[in-house]
Design a protein around this ligand. Structure first.
Ligand code: NAI
Length: 343
């Protein structure tokens, strides 16, 4: 095991600092060798450094190429541009990986084990938006441009196909809307089919589905899917849907992967409604930390962390309110640390 892995830590906004503290305590119990550089972003960045993505934070990630991040608040409508989107652009984090696995059985769906791989840089999220004024109404018409490139689609699809093979996945499903957005999402579908034929045929099963039908099928029979790959907007929506299948946002981790940097986070936001109350579920960020350990080739620590989370939730039955339990963030963290110490 390496003695020290420099990594950037962004506690973030709302419940961010609470779940980051919990995650740090657990990583310390595991003796994970991260040497943290703590930095601000989001609303905290605006408050402390007058910038939602301060240069010092960017410089740290440029050095470490590795970050664990709490949720960052983004104002809706006006205000500054999402720091999350800017981080993805700055470090060309083209793949967003969101695994969803049932940990707490007995929910609406059991034994779910799905991964959504979402394109993270292109599509309708590139931020090319403007208004057209008419008759004195400055916002009479709103317009957005989506851009998908063959090269961007190919590198994401290649990542997803390699991920499927490396993780022993049986099937990959391309999710698109090429019947309506024939160019914008047609290029993604076409590139995925071509890449499979040329390089991956027979190594896993490939199929495709239109995004609206995919949403319905996921709710009716999620077990028919294995790895779902999609463009930015559809992937964003479907990964929240999939998080809902396994007990909600409190259980869903995410990784943003680029050619030479990776940022790990919970899928959920800053949860302002429960911030500061000490009741947030840190599991999603803990699972993101497990993905980070895997990424750093510390699979043994990652496996111990996942096992301890599983046992705390299902053997000790210590659960936070979002999972129907009564444990505070601190009590859950304590139980998890005890599991690690005794395991
Ligand atoms: P949200 O994910 O913060 O909250 C949605 C609901 O889920 C709330 O009722 C919240 O209490 C609950 N929830 C979320 N995480 C939880 C946890 N760990 N434990 C227990 N309950 C949890 O979504 P919302 O309210 O739409 O967004 C709030 C802010 O977060 C916005 O400013 C948004 O831009 C930002 N956001 C940031 C993300 C990121 O940094 N990756 C991702 C999504 C939203």
């Amino acid at each position: 095991m390496p003695t020290s892995i420099p990594a950037t830590l962004i506690p973030g906004d709302g419940i961010g600092p609470e779940i980051v503290d919990a995650t740090l305590a657990v990583l310390e119990a595991l003796k994970a060798p991260f040497a943290w550089e703590r930095h601000v972003a989001g609303l905290e960045g605006v408050k402390v450094a007058g910038d939602p993505l301060p240069e010092a934070t960017l410089a740290s990630i440029r050095r470490t190429r590795l970050a664990l991040k709490g949720p960052l608040e983004t104002p809706s409508g006006g205000g500054y541009r999402s720091s999350n989107v800017r981080l993805r652009e700055e470090f060309q984090l083209y793949a967003n990986l969101r695994p969803a696995r049932t940990i707490v059985p007995g929910g609406r769906f059991d034994k779910i084990d799905l991964t959504v791989v979402r394109e993270n840089l292109e599509g309708l999220y590139i931020g090319h938006e403007h208004y057209v004024p008419i008759d004195g109404d400055p916002h009479a018409v709103a317009m957005a441009t989506g851009v998908n490139t063959r090269q961007g689609s190919r590198r994401l699809l290649e990542y997803a196909y390699e991920y499927a093979i490396a993780n022993g996945r049986k099937k990959v499903t391309l999710v698109h809307k090429a019947n309506i957005m024939k160019a914008l999402t047609g290029i993604f579908l076409e590139t995925g089919l071509e890449l499979y034929e040329r390089k991956y045929k027979g190594r896993f099963e490939l199929d495709s589905v239109i995004v609206d039908a995919c949403a319905m099928k996921l709710v009716l029979n999620p077990w028919q899917f294995d790895v779902l790959v999609s463009t930015n907007l559809f992937g964003d929506i479907l990964s929240d849907l999939v998080a809902g299948l396994v007990g909600g946002l409190g259980m869903a981790p995410g990784a943003n992967i680029g050619a030479d940097a990776a940022i790990f986070e919970a899928v959920h936001g800053s949860a302002p409604d429960i911030a500061g109350k000490g009741v947030a579920n840190p599991t999603a960020l803990l699972l993101a930390a497990a993905m980070m350990l895997d990424h750093c080739k510390l699979q043994e620590l990652a496996a111990r962390l996942r096992k301890a989370i599983d046992e705390t939730l299902n053997v000790d039955l210590v659960r936070t309110g979002d999972l129907g339990g009564r444990a505070s963030t601190a009590a859950f963290t304590q139980a998890l640390v005890a599991r690690i110490a005794n395991g």
